[in-house]
Design a protein around this ligand. Structure first.
Ligand code: CDP
Ligand code: MG
Length: 753
């Protein structure tokens, strides 16, 4: 079977048995049960299936610890019932009495929604009644009725702006803490602050990996004399400020790990071949493949579909292979298919992104094929540029992925790298805080009144250089003043809009410029926010049709203005679902954009901005609005690269150069100011780094952009992605005029001649 791929056989040198040993009842941190006070039980407990989950055995212990400790760290293998059960335990034990709620945060919006509906089902209520959820721009809950609320960590952060002490919650469970998302880390720092003012607030930090000591040390008041160690919030046992740790014994089976004998050159192809080999071996059990992104997942599913057809034609195999995609951008129904059991006579092969690593559990998986790669944010402070890059996973991640194979019975994991290469991988993933662009985070902390961000208590401090860059960029956007405080006209309104700072600035400008284009910008910002990967659906095998569909809406101004076209056409066709399907548009994304647009318009009205107006087709003013937000992402065409080996007809690659302060004259006529003063009275971005080598950074327009084949001279872009071959590829590209840059951001650009 999969040995054909060149995997080491088990028993050969690199065999690695998988199995995480959890401490059970002997956990040294668990208090003596005899001390336990009865939790106030207000709801009758009904026996249910979930009582068989590993966490069920720890119910009493857990409730005792929550009662007696300000912070409880819960460790437990994925699938042990942390997310779905613990909030219910707390509800049943009376933590939601008096109108307070239990919050459970998730790093991913898809997980918050899925888990909430599962728990509502278990609790026997309609979603939005006793159990609800809140993700950005979408809240399904009722004040006064909802007792358990699943929400993204980002939404809880936003709630802190209106309710800094989180008064409506009795317990906050920060789930999936091992993921160390930017928002999770921020939240942990803030919750630590809140706890000092609210001794009655309980915090549960749930993690699938063993980082307990780090978390405990972080929440331990230790020798900090300003903190009262023990407080008495009323009747009952005194509350320990030192965190408790509880490990939930997993119910996992051993997983045999196989490595490649030779490195593979294309992990997408290799993963497909491996899955097919497993299927041919005809042992029962579903297959889960880990790739890095939507495109790869779709490519692999397409290849697997072809293979499945071929195999069933040649027959001889007991079950048919059923390839299914799973990624965050998928609609709810398509995701549900991946979760439901395979029909009789079929074997599921779910091809997923990192979303299936810990936050969503798939039952029935016995084989895992791991590309050993992940797509993640990577920030280069020198260039001031964040790109999505495909990077090798950490060992901890690979262990998690392999563990997905051992849920129902002993399983197998096939890693698409050699044992030697695997040994070189980092042990753990670098927290997002230390590899992301920090503008949004700084804006949010400022809005929460955290003035000295450098001295904020971090679980892992962000790199100082990235922090300085974020402060500089926010100053250039006019968000911060000379004293690094939020400005009245931009900073404060942006903080309440909950948008990416660049998009928020573009929106504010659209309302305020001499010829307003706020109607148009509201649409563009709503579309970008509701469907960051674009409003298109691409069923496997229709790439050409998709390109054609896109080109029907394409305009020379670029991707953002083309989105506006899509929206308008949709409205003109009465928001029809059939029309959407014909145009390969995702009706669900457009509906969501409509909702986001409404909410944004209301938020803008509350901020006292004028009624939205249209620029009636004056594209220059619309582009100026876009430039006001994205001017720091400006690039100029430099040359066309010709591959000497390519045929003559090959148009070559159009190379762009990022316009960053590099000093010296520039033949293009416009350059970023260097050594100048920005709004904070300090040197403009980049000036501190001297002759910044942005000139060497080779950018090109992403092939998915409507401008990919147009070669505009000057552009601004929204995001950057790094290609396999190392190119930085611009996405969300808008063609601009150099005059626009000079006019809109004179503090950032100057004429070089
Ligand atoms: O949070 P943790 O990974 O510890 O487990 P969980 O998400 O609470 O899942 C507990 C059990 O519920 C697992 O066996 C899942 O397969 C199941 N579950 C499910 O069937 N459907 C969901 N939407 C969520 C969980
Ligand atoms: Mg969970």
């Amino acid at each position: 079977m999969a040995q054909q791929q060149g995997f080491l056989k088990p028993g050969e040198r690199s065999k690695k048995a998988f199995g995480v040993a959890f401490e059970g009842n002997n956990d040294p941190y668990v208090h003596n049960k005899k001390q336990r006070t009865q939790p106030p039980t207000s709801h009758q407990r009904r026996p249910r299936d979930a009582d068989r989950l590993p966490v069920a055995k720890y119910r009493r212990q857990l409730l005792y610890l929550v009662e007696t400790h300000a912070t409880v760290v819960v460790l437990g293998e994925t699938g042990s019932g942390k997310t779905t059960q613990i909030p219910q335990f707390l509800d049943e034990a009376g933590w939601t009495e008096g109108g307070r709620m239990v919050a459970c945060t998730q790093p991913r919006r898809a997980a918050a929604v899925t888990v909430a509906s599962r728990v509502a089902e278990e609790a026997g209520c309609e979603l939005g009644e006793a159990v609800g959820y809140a993700v950005r721009f979408e809240s399904v809950m009722q004040q006064g009725m909802t007792r358990i609320k699943f929400l993204t960590d980002g939404v809880l952060l936003r709630e802190m702006m209106e309710d800094p002490l989180l008064a409506r919650y009795s317990v906050v469970m920060v789930d999936e803490a091992h993921e160390r998302s930017l928002a999770t880390d921020m939240l942990l720092g803030l919750l630590k602050k809140v706890q000092r003012r609210r001794p009655d607030l309980r915090l549960i930090v749930a993690s699938a990996t063993l980082q307990a000591e780090e978390l405990r040390a972080f929440f331990d008041p230790g020798r900090d004399s300003s903190v009262v160690k023990t407080v008495q919030p009323g009747p009952g046992a005194p509350v320990q400020r030192t965190p408790a740790i509880i490990s939930i014994e997993g119910r996992t089976h051993p997983v045999e790990v196989h490595f490649l004998q030779q490195p593979c050159s294309n992990y997408v192809v290799a993963s497909v071949e491996t899955a097919v080999d497993i299927h041919k071996a005809d042992l029962p059990g579903d297959i889960l493949v880990f790739l890095t992104g939507q495109q790869e997942v779709e490519d692999a599913v397409r290849m697997l579909d072809r293979e499945a057809e071929r195999l069933s034609a040649s027959s001889g195999y007991g079950s048919k292979l059923l390839p299914l995609p799973l990624y965050a951008g998928l609609t709810g129904t398509a995701q549900a298919v991946a979760f439901s059991p395979a029909p009789r006579g079929y074997r599921k092969c779910v091809v997923a992104t990192n979303i299936a690593e810990t936050s969503l559990t798939l039952e029935g998986v016995v084989y895992v094929v791991d590309s050993c790669f992940v797509k993640q944010r990577a920030y280069n402070p020198l260039l001031g540029l964040e790109a999505l890059c495909v990077a090798p996973v950490s060992k901890a991640s690979a262990t998690q992925r392999a563990g997905r194979a051992g849920r129902v019975r002993p399983g197998k994991a096939f890693r698409l790298c050699t044992a030697q290469d695997f040994a070189k991988l980092p042990d753990t993933t670098v927290p997002e805080m230390q590899r992301a662009e920090l503008q949004g985070m700084v804006l949010q902390l400022k809005a929460l009144g955290i003035d000295n961000i450098m001295r904020f208590e971090w679980l892992a401090p962000p790199p100082a250089e990235a922090m300085v860059r974020a402060l500089e960029a926010l100053a250039a956007l006019g968000v911060l003043d000379q004293d690094a405080r939020l400005t009245q006209d931009v900073g404060l309104p942006l903080a309440s809009l909950s948008l990416d700072p660049s998009l928020g600035k573009a929106l504010l400008t659209a309302f305020r410029q001499s010829v307003p284009c706020s109607q148009e910008m509201l649409t563009i910002v709503a579309m970008l926010t509701a469907a960051p990967h674009g409003p298109w659906v691409a069923p496997p095998g229709v790439r050409k049709a998709l390109d054609e569909a896109k080109s029907r809406f394409a305009v020379v101004e670029g991707d953002l203005v083309s989105l506006l076209n899509v929206w308008r056409a949709w409205q003109e066709h009465g928001c029809s679902a059939q029309w959407c399907a014909k145009q390969l548009l995702n009706q669900h994304s457009l509906r969501k954009a409509e909702e986001v647009r409404k909410q944004l318009a209301r938020a803008c009205a509350r901020l006292g901005l004028p009624e939205p107006e249209s620029c009636d087709g004056d594209m220059d003013h619309l582009r100026k609005g876009i430039v006001a937000g994205l001017f720091m992402n400006a690039a100029v065409f430099e040359s066309t690269d010709h591959n000497p080996l390519a045929p003559e007809s090959d148009p070559g690659t159009h190379v762009y150069r990022l316009i960053r302060p590099v000093g010296g004259a520039d033949a293009t006529g416009v350059r970023a100011r260097s050594g100048g003063r920005d709004g904070m009275g300090r040197a403009a971005p980049g000036a501190t780094t001297g002759a910044l080598d942005a000139g060497r950074l080779r950018l090109r327009i992403h092939s998915g952009s409507v401008l990919a084949r147009c070669r505009p001279e000057w552009v601004v872009f929204q995001t950057v992605q790094q290609s396999d071959s190392g190119w930085y590829e611009m996405q969300g590209v808008t063609a601009v005029q150099p005059d626009m840059l000079l006019e809109v951001a004179p503090h950032f650009f100057q004429k070089s001649r």
